[in-house]
Design a binder for this molecule. Structure first.
Ligand code: IPM
Ligand code: MN
Length: 324
């Protein structure tokens, strides 16, 4: 358990309350990582801590990022480092609500997130900044295959590739060819396909999100699209995610899509549902399917009054879990 920064520890506490109520048999080990620790000790993720984390079955993370430390330092040094080093190559983000049921398979180890590039002549009028996007055949293919495997288990069996192939000619071409090859292999399994440019996908998510079943997309497009998808399916306070190592050569990491929201930290106004649903995804991945299903049902039960606090929502769902 990594509570992290801002509202992270508050929502993780509620998630664990619900996990315990669901009767899942877990051993919980808290890790103090994030902005507060960085300010105290100057380190973000010591190698020895990373080595310890590798030995767990799963990591539940609240949120990282805090004012007062250089922007992105904790995000890159903790969250992105875990994604890269643990090879969490799929970021799975499901969305449900009002006749909607779709899932975004976001590539999670490549694209513009790798930090390729640099700066020249910094601070001068001639300053040059480049930021590369790294796309490997292996990385794209394993992500696309995951999306097709997932689609084959869903009633609608439809996968949409979202990219910007009209402008990002090199990366787009690699994604499109890989997608088409996997699609033709899987046609016999009855999986159908579509393609949307990312800008058009934004309109569709707002106007007609029911068209989507499984979306597979690049790391940065997936980051942006899943905030939008959260907003159009009941709010970002509900959006859960799983950073998966599908090969299970190490732990996977589960976290809400939302950030650390320092502006409301400590006020009891954070919605813990996204963290609770992320914990349900964790239980499901760990083979505790029944406990996970109880939690998912409890989360969709009668909504609370809009003013309910973080702990009230946690208590409410924990009480429902045993009845579902
Ligand atoms: C997310 C977050 C992260 C990302 C940040 C905190 C680095 O926005 O998980 O969506 O950009 O991937
Ligand atoms: Mn994001």
């Amino acid at each position: 358990m990594i509570g992290g920064d801002g509202i992270g520890p508050e929502v993780v506490a509620e998630a664990l309350k619900v996990v315990r109520a669901a009767g899942a048999d877990l051993e919980e080990v808290p890790y103090d990582l994030g902005g507060a620790r960085y300010r105290r000790t100057g380190d973000v993720l010591p190698d020895a801590t990373l080595a310890e984390l590798r030995e767990f079955d799963a990591i539940l993370l609240g949120a990282v990022g805090t004012p007062g430390v250089p922007p992105g330092l904790i995000e890159r040094g903790l969250l992105l480092r875990l994604r890269f080093e643990l090879d969490l190559y799929v970021n799975l983000r499901p969305f449900t609500g009002d006749g909607l049921d779709f899932v975004v398979v976001r590539e999670n180890t490549e694209g513009p997130y790798v930090g390729e590039g640099g700066v020249l002549r910094k601070g001068t009028p001639q300053e040059v900044a480049t930021q590369g996007s790294v796309n490997t055949r292996m990385g794209v293919e394993r992500c696309v295959r995951f999306a097709f495997d997932l689609a084959a288990t869903r009633p609608r069996r439809h996968v949409t590739l979202v990219h910007k192939t009209n402008v990002l000619a090199y990366a787009g071409d690699l994604w499109q060819r890989t997608f088409d090859e996997v699609a033709s292999e899987r046609a016999a399994a009855g999986v159908t396909t579509g393609y949307d440019h990312v800008d058009a996908a934004c309109i569709h998510l707002v106007e007609s999100p029911a068209r989507y079943d499984v979306i597979v997309t690049d790391n940065l497009f997936g980051d942006i699209l899943t905030d939008l998808a959260g907003a159009v399916t009941g709010g970002i306070g509900h959006a859960a995610s799983a950073n998966l190592n599908p090969a299970r050569t190490g732990p996977s990491l589960f976290e809400p899509v939302h950030g650390s929201a320092p502006d409301i930290a400590g006020t009891g106004r954070a919605n813990p549902v996204a963290a609770i649903r992320s914990a349900a995804m964790m239980l499901d991945f760990l083979g505790e399917a029944e406990a996970a299903a109880h939690i998912v049902r409890a989360c969709t039960a009668t909504p609370l009054s809009p003013g309910a606090s973080t702990t009230e929502i946690g208590d409410f769902i924990a009480a429902r879990v045993t009845k579902e």
